[in-house]
Design a protein around this ligand. Structure first.
Ligand code: ISL
Length: 560
């Protein structure tokens, strides 16, 4: 196999700045807070930090509504604080990947303010997607991903503008070469600061379908579901090739496209090993298995996905991209519930065991693993009981639409669904220690701290050699040491295809084999896969080894 690239051997740690560490005690995390904690991140052993947006923002969607791409959010600090963070991270040998949010800007961005003026001579009007009303209504039936219509009317100009997300996040018009030029210029500007790459927010949505046709609409839905129509649009690969020529090809960066609606076929283009577009993509298949994609409820539910469904999806991506493109590996991020609560078991009896099991299953696959802050502690869903504790625009809008407007869910059910799926589950402050506000801030935090912080926190984890933290540290060390983890061929163990409890796969490189066996249930099971159970144990989550017997959430990884 060809020599691997640095970003193929790397492990990424995702920091959600608003909730990581507050240094000035205003209840909101900030850049100096992150700088202060670099030693902790380094100790975990990762190679790259991905920072969620840190730019000036209208603060409607956790910073994904950027009002100045070249300015720092003042509540996070100043440009000098960012430069210090970058320099210190580099001293620690940590690279820094930034978030690039260019499917849309904030409505407070200069470009949008200028765009409000209608007229042929206004170059900024065409930076966004404006359309005339049709029969006094929206130009088409699209719904916003955050509830309500995807169009907002502007009285002054008697036109609508498109926003796939909140109305404060108008979509940029990538068909306009000047807009593309402005974005590439901005990216090169960040490059000159010495950053190490970009995670590209919903980059699969930048090229809208010709004519903006109506989208399919479920029987009970208020709006058409534009998801599939706008994903992987007609010019998206052309625009990414152009970005590659104008920007990416000049730097030895890590790039990952967040590609909602990506299929395997499309991923082979976005993340092709020929390097013509991006290094890798975040695909969403395994994140959508426990939702109600085709009903008005969308992601809102509290079902658990079955192991066969989850495995089928993960295995499909391992096989399909093999030798052609590159996978990213993730269980959760700032938009998803905590993995231990979702695919494991956050009951205190099983939390640590299942967090380790899930970690091992993910980290031995092929691809670049991403760890979301707190995942390395086995942090759990926040589980807020009251609506007033939620902050996320998606959650609050969905509550309003499903409970108040459509009346298809009652308050109690929706709160149950929020406890299972709200993005706020992942956005509670990082739990550093057992002191006030988990050591995150001396001020009341912008969002409540998870009530389990006295048991689950960094200080406790570092004091306990058998903590989830040290398990992750070990996984990362193994990946750095053993090329087979990056390069080995993935194979599902024969006979495992339909197993409802156990997930087992191998990785093979030359004469070496790694075997992963994981019990996804709280039951004891026994399996004989007709493969050598001998060999050296690379990592496991119980002290001893009972051969073919697997205890609740047991994982064992052998090398032979
Ligand atoms: O969060 C989701 C499901 O709950 C996704 O649909 C999410 O909106 C989608 O993956 C896009 O996410 C990204 O862009 C959004 C932003 O709100 C998310 O935080 C970001 O990760 C709009 O910029």
């Amino acid at each position: 196999m060809a020599e691997s690239k640095w970003w193929q051997r790397a492990v990424v740690y995702q920091v959600y700045p608003k909730s990581f560490q507050d240094s000035d005690n205003d209840g909101i995390g900030d850049l100096r807070g992150i700088t202060r904690r670099l030693g902790y991140i380094k100790k975990l052993g990762v190679d790259v930090i991905w920072l969620n947006p840190i730019y000036k923002t209208s603060n409607v969607d956790g910073g994904y509504d950027i009002s100045d791409y070249k300015a720092i959010n003042p509540t996070f600090g100043k440009m000098a604080d960012f430069e210090e963070l970058l320099t210190k991270a580099h001293k620690f040998g940590l690279k820094v990947m930034m978030d690039l949010v260019v499917n849309h800007s904030s409505f407070e961005h200069e470009w949008f303010k200028k765009s409000l003026v209608k007229g042929k001579n206004n170059p900024y009007r065409d930076y966004y997607i404006w359309r005339d009303p049709v029969d006094d209504h929206e130009p088409n039936n699209w719904g916003s991903f955050f509830s309500g219509p995807a169009w907002t009317y502007d009285k002054e100009s008697n036109q609508y503008y498109l926003h796939l997300f909140a109305k404060e996040q108008p979509d940029l018009n990538w068909d306009n070469p000047d807009l593309r030029h402005s974005i590439f210029e901005m990216m090169n500007w960040w490059a000159s600061k010495g950053i190490d790459g970009f995670r590209m927010d919903v980059i699969s949505l930048i090229s809208k379908p010709d004519g903006l046709p109506d989208a399919p609409k479920g029987k009970t839905a208020l709006y058409g579901n534009a998801g599939d129509l706008v994903a992987n649009g007609p010019h998206v690969h052309e625009y990414l090739h152009e970005m590659s020529q104008q920007v990416l090809s000049k730097y030895d960066w890590i790039t990952v496209g967040e590609t909602a609606g990506v299929t395997v076929e499309e991923a082979l283009k976005y993340a092709n090993l020929d390097g013509s577009e991006l290094n890798m993509v975040f695909q969403f298949e395994h994140m959508g298995l426990d939702g109600n994609r085709d009903s008005a409820l969308g992601k809102w539910d509290d079902r658990h996905v079955s192991l066969p469904k989850l495995r089928e999806s993960l295995v499909k991506w391992q096989r399909a991209l093999n030798k052609k493109a590159w996978n990213s590996l993730y269980w959760n991020n700032h938009d998803q519930p905590r993995v231990v609560s979702r695919f494991g078991n956050d009951d205190p009896k099983y939390r640590v065991l299942s967090a380790k099991m899930l970690a091992a299953v993910l980290h031995f696959m092929q691809g670049t693993p991403y760890i979301y802050q707190g995942e390395e502690l086995g942090m759990t869903n926040a589980g807020f009981e009251n609506l007033k504790d939620y902050r996320d625009v998606e959650s609050l809008n969905a509550y309003h639409e499903l409970v108040n407007r459509m009346k298809i869910l009652d308050d109690k059910t929706m709160l149950r669904y929020l406890r299972a799926r709200s993005r706020d589950n992942a956005r509670t402050p990082m739990q550093w220690n057992a002191s006030l506000n988990a050591g995150f801030s001396e001020h009341t935090p912008w969002i409540r701290v998870n009530s389990n912080y006295k048991e689950i926190n960094v200080e406790a984890a570092l004091d306990d050699p058998s903590s989830v933290f040290y398990f992750y540290q070990h996984l990362i060390e193994l990946r750095h040491k053993l090329p087979i983890i990056t390069q080995g061929e993935f194979e599902l163990v024969s006979g495992n295809e339909k197993d409802k409890s156990v997930f087992s796969y191998t990785r093979k490189l030359e004469k070496q084999t790694i075997l992963v066996i994981a019990n996804f249930t709280a039951n004891k099971v026994e399996r004989n896969y007709d493969i050598p159970y001998s060999g050296k144990v690379l990592i496991k989550n119980y002290d001893d080894d009972c051969g073919e017997k697997l205890r609740p959430y047991e994982v064992k990884v052998y090398v032979y």
